[in-house]
Design a protein around this ligand. Sequence first.
Ligand SMILES: O=C(O)c1ccccc1NCC(=O)[C@H](O)[C@H](O)COP(=O)(O)O
Length: 213
Amino acid sequence: MVRIKICGLTSKESAWAAVEAGADAVGFVFASGRRRVSPDHVREIIRSIPPYVTTTGVFVDADLNELNHIAEYCQLDVLQLHGNESPEYCKLAVRPIVKTLHIHGEEHDLIGEMNKYKPGARAILLDTYVAGESGGTGKAFPWEHVKELHLNASIILAGGLHSGNVASAILQTNPFAVDVSSGVETNGVKDSFKMEAFVRAVRECHVAQRFLI
Ligand SMILES: O=C(O)c1ccccc1NCC(=O)[C@H](O)[C@H](O)COP(=O)(O)O
């Protein structure tokens, strides 16, 4: 089954809407940008979230002590790193790491890059490279490029996904999980109907995949 993470939640209401839509994981952005939330606010939201939903903090080149402090303070389950964090940095984090690699479109050694992070990161998130941005751009990269690499690590596919394209993305890349933010928003705010439609599209795709085997 393809797992689903809904990222960039900024309120208790939107976090609950993501959980009720059926998300396996929810994400909170601590990096600068319009979705940034404070540790105090996230701690409060996470206290209201039921068990068995994975809580994730998104960071960009945070100071390691600060990263670990926020992880403990907010009781985050997973840390998702979108900057230039090194493999050594990942090994020193107090929670499992998801390391993001940004796809330019003509990667020469994506597998080599992924292998560098293997001991320190539990999974690799592939997101679209957009100059001057770290994530949450709503832009997709060419998935056929990833398909050709026959990736077999724990891949989380992100970047420009929405209910209308996620099935095609899954069929082309066979990821462990998908991650969405912009594609479940309306005018920059999380939209519960779009979250439900996204989860439905992923679940239906999984059923269709099973019948294909
Ligand atoms: O969302 C942000 O503002 C953000 C800022 C800095 C680093 C990462 C950020 N978001 C990460 C995500 O929301 C997703 O993991 C991923 O980038 C997919 O986003 P989208 O293309 O909007 O679905």
